[in-house]
Write a protein that binds this ligand. Sequence first.
Ligand code: NAD
Length: 343
Amino acid sequence: HILDDFTNRDFEQIVLCRDPEAGLESVIAVHDTTLGPSLGGVRMRAYPTRADAVADAMNLAQAMTYKAALAGVALGGGKSVINVDPRVANRDEILVAHAKYIASLGGRYIPGVDMGTSVRDLELIGRHVPVASSQRGDPSYFTARGVVRSIEVALEAADRAVAGARVAIQGLGNVGLHAARMLAQAGAQVFGADIDPQRVRRAVDEIDLVAVDLDDVLLADVDVVAPCAGGGVIDERVVAGLRASILVGAANNMLSHDALARDLRERNIIHVPDFVANAGGLLAVEAEIHDAEDGLTERVDAIADTARDILARSASTQADTVSVALAMAREVVENKRKHRPYF
Ligand code: NAD
């Protein structure tokens, strides 16, 4: 099954890692290094099966390639997942064992923070690998900023503005709360839900967020739905039941499969793909790696231009926004591949 997946998809390298002494079982997926060394977070999570862990690493790595291509970032797409519950007792030992496998790739994969890992974890990994990112702090403000720019563009396409718009956010964590703050400041009415009641309370106290039921947030009667929690939350049922006319958020791979983008288009729901809207964090990480913080805010705000271009091409070709964005990203990678010097 894994071999089939590898054969049928355009991956450069998949590394399955195991260290029984440490209790490590992990996957490193390097999708494409045409634009630069592959970069992507280290996700720590107990998966139902090993195949689920491999599939998640591959899907997330592929999305990183396209995210970098469309954001103009000179990095490739990679991701790694450690198949263990993040609350495991010998966490550090497992992280170091994983780091040694990362080091064996000689810099082809640059790790960063992801679900289940922290800046501290990356500091630990960083002691064992050639380059690690996410050590200067949390990039989620920049991720949220790009999401908000994309929401503005989607509202503009619907002849609306942020002021007065109703936005429902699923997940009030690092990205969701930053986005909620920015939207409230710009005059939107912000609704939200989180499985962690403390996070809801914090947002209610700080920005007068209207708390909604966990089960209702994606189907709320609002103008914009912004998924900022886990992936795969937008499935057939949600697409059919969406009352918002705009779907833009931070959650990676939020559509449970790409074909749903066509259904969104048929329902006239304006959708900026996640790998376009949430590239602000990657831009921040690139600035960290290349020591080039100057102009970062402007580069994140330029996500609006890409989002606008994608919506315009989708409107003129009738193709859904995910297909349009993927075609644009693949073109960037292919152009670079043609012109890169032989090595
Ligand atoms: P986070 O863990 O800080 O926040 C996620 C929040 O969602 C948490 O508060 C959690 O309690 C909540 N949550 C989980 N399941 C939920 C559910 N079913 N309903 C409602 N709330 C739920 O993560 P984050 O860094 O804010 O990232 C959010 C999403 O954005 C993730 O999908 C991540 O992959 C993606 N993303 C983040 C960044 C970044 O810079 N942090 C960059 C790109 C993409």
